[in-house]
Design a protein. Structure first.
Length: 296
């Protein structure tokens, strides 16, 4: 019989708190539970080991004895007298749900604590069911408005609301629509990942939108009006005289909806791309030459 490192079995260090022990035990027990790994002997062995580790480390007195005498297990007879009181203990706060038969404990445990664990009628651990994962492909304009969608998971149609402002690769959890729980445990969740394609004229950066528009030379030079597209439709934009190529203006509140904040929007940034005139007529060239002389 060999010394068993219970801390290593749960993947924690010796300074772990009771809450950390509880969390590690739940995670490991769910991973190696026989109902999740039917017929897997190694998983069954690991499941017994982590339950044994929890039996010791979740109890303050057992843990103290283990820390003091664990590696010196051959002297366990010195504290067997108190062992009978400890192996029937079940620490509810540590989340130990399973009852064990005496042969579910290792020889090392028996030598240390004087026998098997609590008597019981077999395993009755309750675990949350498996989470289901799905991907939903949308385009940018789809998520500019709050709307409902239906997805089919394992032949079941699930209708849910997609809030405006969802981001690319963001995940939303729909509770209780996953796999059935184990031994009467709660159902798992459905986790939907959004993959958002952008086939619009806007570039999105969180809640802000960016776009570039062409501006004819004469409007840029003399000023005027131009019509641009926004998420809410077309708007008229006033152009200042002598607007330079690459000038950027901000339209406050004309950007993308802020996720789960009704009525709040980012901003729209518009960059001007001034288009120079081409295919000038002879008269136009003469006029520009005259202008050039005036400027010089």
């Amino acid at each position: 019989m060999e010394y068993i490192d219970y801390y290593k079995a749960l993947g924690i260090d010796k300074n772990a708190t009771q809450e950390q022990i509880k969390k590690a035990y739940r995670k490991m027990a769910r991973k190696y539970h026989p109902d999740v790994n039917p017929g897997d002997k190694e998983a069954e062995r690991k499941f017994k080991e982590i339950n044994e580790a929890n039996e010791v480390l979740s109890n303050a007195q057992n843990r103290k004895k283990y820390d003091e005498h664990g590696k010196d297990w051959k002297h366990a007879d010195q504290f067997r007298q108190t062992g009978s009181q400890q192996h029937t203990h079940r620490n509810a706060s540590a989340g130990a749900y399973t009852s064990f038969a005496e042969d579910d404990f290792s020889d090392f445990f028996s030598q240390m604590f004087g026998g098997g664990g609590a008597r019981g009628g077999g395993q009755s651990v309750q675990f949350k069911g498996q989470d289901y994962h799905a991907e939903l492909h949308l385009n940018l304009m789809d998520v500019s408005k709050t709307h409902k969608r239906t997805v089919t998971v394992n032949g079941k149609n699930i209708r849910f609301t997609i809030p405006a402002g969802v981001s690319n690769e963001q995940e939303i959890k729909i509770r209780g629509y996953g796999g059935e729980g184990i031994n009467g445990g709660p159902k798992g969740d459905l986790i939907i990942k959004f993959l958002i394609a952008n086939d619009s004229k806007f570039k999105r950066d969180q809640d802000n939108l960016y776009t570039t528009i062409d501006l004819d030379f004469y409007t840029a030079l003399l000023g005027g009006d131009t019509i641009i597209d926004t998420l809410e439709g077309k708007v008229k934009l006033k152009i200042k005289p002598e607007t330079q190529n690459g000038t950027q203006v901000k339209l406050k509140g004309k950007g993308f909806p802020v996720y789960k904040k009704e009525g709040q929007y980012g901003d729209l940034y518009v960059t001007y791309n001034v288009k120079m005139p081409t295919n000038l007529s002879k008269k136009e060239k003469e006029l520009f030459e005259e202008l050039s002389k005036l400027r010089s």
